[in-house]
Design a protein around this ligand. Structure first.
Ligand code: NAP
Length: 274
């Protein structure tokens, strides 16, 4: 990558941010298209978020990505919020248009693209999401519009109920389950909790209950114990790597107005396994 006097920055604000794979795919995409942009991660503590957002204007960044824990806290700091991000109540992408900062959420759409490219359709299906945090909210927004019924399960039930109420009022058919003791009837099951991340070998459900017709998805990028057990049961599996790729591709498109070189971004990610 060549840095010039005109190079503009796309930032990532997170806390922590060291583990991120986004610079690899975004910088590969900028280089491939010969764009004089550069993607840089910044460790931003919660109390510094306001100053970090102001720096997007002050330093003429093209925009930024937000990751944990800033996706919700950033909303009041922006000039405009896209309609879908407002319902999701989380922003993962900021675009700077002449000093006006607009917030978008590409996580949910990114997940839907990752399903689509693997030939998994949620339309008319019974879908279960385990977890009711930020990413469950983002993917739930889109899944609730397509699924026959979207069921949410969370260890703190009240959070699943609140999210089900929000998504239902946005036009979806959504219920909150009090337990997932049996999984009969679900066509697609999605883990949107951190269970299975790195050293954690816990699973969000009993894999012995899975049947081969179920599609099992995990938002975690690498192959989790859940996905390995689901594979062994003959289920189709989808990891979070596709969501990571597509949320990044959609952010790239918002910043640059160019069609993202998705295969370049994919191979950059594959060459730096999580
Ligand atoms: P979040 O907002 O913190 O929500 C986490 C959810 O998981 C909450 O519902 C929480 O339940 C539940 N949970 C946490 N620890 C648990 C445990 N030990 N047992 C059972 N449930 C537990 O997090 P998030 O942003 O939604 O992220 C969730 C996962 O998605 C993470 O693993 C993250 O890495 C992944 N992710 C992937 C992508 C991608 O591009 N592939 C993008 C975003 C996120 P409570 O409500 O009871 O606390």
């Amino acid at each position: 990558m060549r840095i010039t006097g005109k190079t503009r920055v796309a930032a990532l604000f997170g806390y922590p941010v060291e583990h991120t794979l986004s610079p690899v795919m975004q910088n590969a995409a900028f280089s491939h298209l010969g764009l004089d942009y550069c993607y840089l991660p910044f460790s931003v503590a919660p109390e510094a978020l306001k100053q970090a957002v102001e720096s997007i204007r002050a330093l003429s960044f093209i925009g930024a990505n937000l990751t944990i824990p800033h996706k919700e806290a950033v909303l009041p700091l922006l000039d405009a919020i896209d309609k879908e991000a407002a319902v999701i109540r989380a922003v993962n992408t900021i675009v700077n248009r002449g000093g006006k900062l607009s917030g978008y959420n590409t996580d949910g759409k990114g997940f839907m693209r990752s399903l689509e490219e693997l030939g998994v359709a949620a339309a008319g299906k019974q879908v279960l999401i385990i977890g009711a945090g930020g990413s469950s909210r983002a993917i739930g927004f889109y899944l609730s519009k397509e699924a026959k019924v979207l069921t949410l399960y969370n260890r703190s039930r009240e959070k699943a109920e609140a999210l089900a109420a929000d998504l239902s009022s946005a036009g979806g058919t959504v219920t909150a389950a009090s337990d997932i003791g049996h999984l009969g009837g679900f066509d697609i099951i999605i883990n949107a909790t951190p269970l299975g991340l790195r050293q954690c070998d816990q699973m969000p459900l009993d894999p012995d209950m899975l049947t081969p017709s179920v599609v099992v998805c995990d938002l975690i990028y690498h192959k989790t114990p859940l996905l390995s057990r689901a594979d062994a049961k003959g289920c189709k599996t989808v990891s979070g790597a596709g969501m990571l790729l597509w949320q990044g591709a959609l952010a790239f498109e918002l910043w640059t107005g160019s069609i993202p070189p998705v295969e370049i971004m994919r191979s950059a990610l594959l060459s730096h396994p999580a």
